[in-house]
Write a protein that binds this ligand. Structure first.
Ligand code: GLP
Length: 241
């Protein structure tokens, strides 16, 4: 894992966006793995800004998101589909049919997990996967204890995760109890991974990530075994290193 320190959140976003834009410009048919949550919103703002100013085109880009809540439709304002549409897709020239997220509304969620996994394979895998990190070290929605070889699956969300994400909902009770997420094995198949960590509240988990051994109790620790991981973290997140 290579650590790149950014002064603040803005610089972190610029650095991450530059890497993504570089790839989008260089390679035809690039496959981007995308994340939601608070961390990547500023990165998406940078991508939109660059698209407007410099005309970087996403017509040849395919995206796969990490996860989606079970039971929320794409029109639900707290769904990750909605988040992606509002924070990125509506503002760039990516063809809608090339933006994939798991369908949390599927009547057969097990089949949906298999379909999503097969789809990623069929597209040739993910070139660069953007990740945030949960306070308990989760990546995507892979909570502590998730097997490292897991593929796309349905998860029960940890209460702490539901609480942390309740800011996107009217009340904590409205946060779904389950989600569909790429597995840790799915994430690890990406050719390159960019982990973004910002803010003082992530300082402890970033310290743990560097200090603790590779264990399924700390899902992000698996990244130490991947050959091409860059962590971009701001000064606040690095304050306990
Ligand atoms: C959520 C998402 C993750 C995200 C994490 C951190 O639960 N499923 O993909 O990385 O929590 O979110 P944030 O960036 O808002 O801190």
């Amino acid at each position: 894992m290579q650590l790149v320190k950014a002064k603040d959140y803005q610089e972190l976003c610029r650095m991450a966006a530059e890497r993504i834009i570089g790839k989008v410009k260089r390679a035809r048919n690039i496959k981007l793995g995308l994340a939601t949550g608070g961390t990547p919103t500023g990165v998406y703002r940078e991508l939109i800004e660059d698209h407007r100013k410099n005309g970087t085109s996403y017509r040849h880009v395919t995206t796969f998101n990490l996860d989606e809540y079970v039971g929320l439709s794409p029109e639900h304002p707290s769904s990750y589909h909605y988040y992606m549409n509002k924070n990125l897709f509506e503002h760039i020239d990516i063809p809608k049919e090339k933006t994939y997220l798991p369908n949390g509304m599927s009547a057969d969620l097990e089949a949906e997990c298999r379909r999503y996994e097969t789809l990623i394979e069929a597209e040739g895998g993910i070139d660069i996967q953007i990740l945030g990190i949960g306070l308990n070290g989760h990546i995507g929605f892979n909570e502590p204890g998730t097997p490292f070889d897991s593929l796309t699956h349905v998860v029960q969300l940890a209460e702490t995760t539901r609480e942390a994400n309740s800011r996107y909902f009217g009340s904590p009770d409205e946060v779904p109890t389950h989600a569909v997420t790429m597995g840790i094995g799915t994430i690890m198949k990406s050719r390159e991974i960019l982990l973004l960590v910002n803010g003082r509240n992530k300082a402890d988990i970033l310290r743990r990530l560097f200090e603790e051994k590779v264990t399924e109790q700390l899902p992000a620790s698996v990244l130490k075994t991947h050959p091409h991981v860059t962590i971009i973290a701001d000064e606040e997140a690095c304050s306990r290193l």
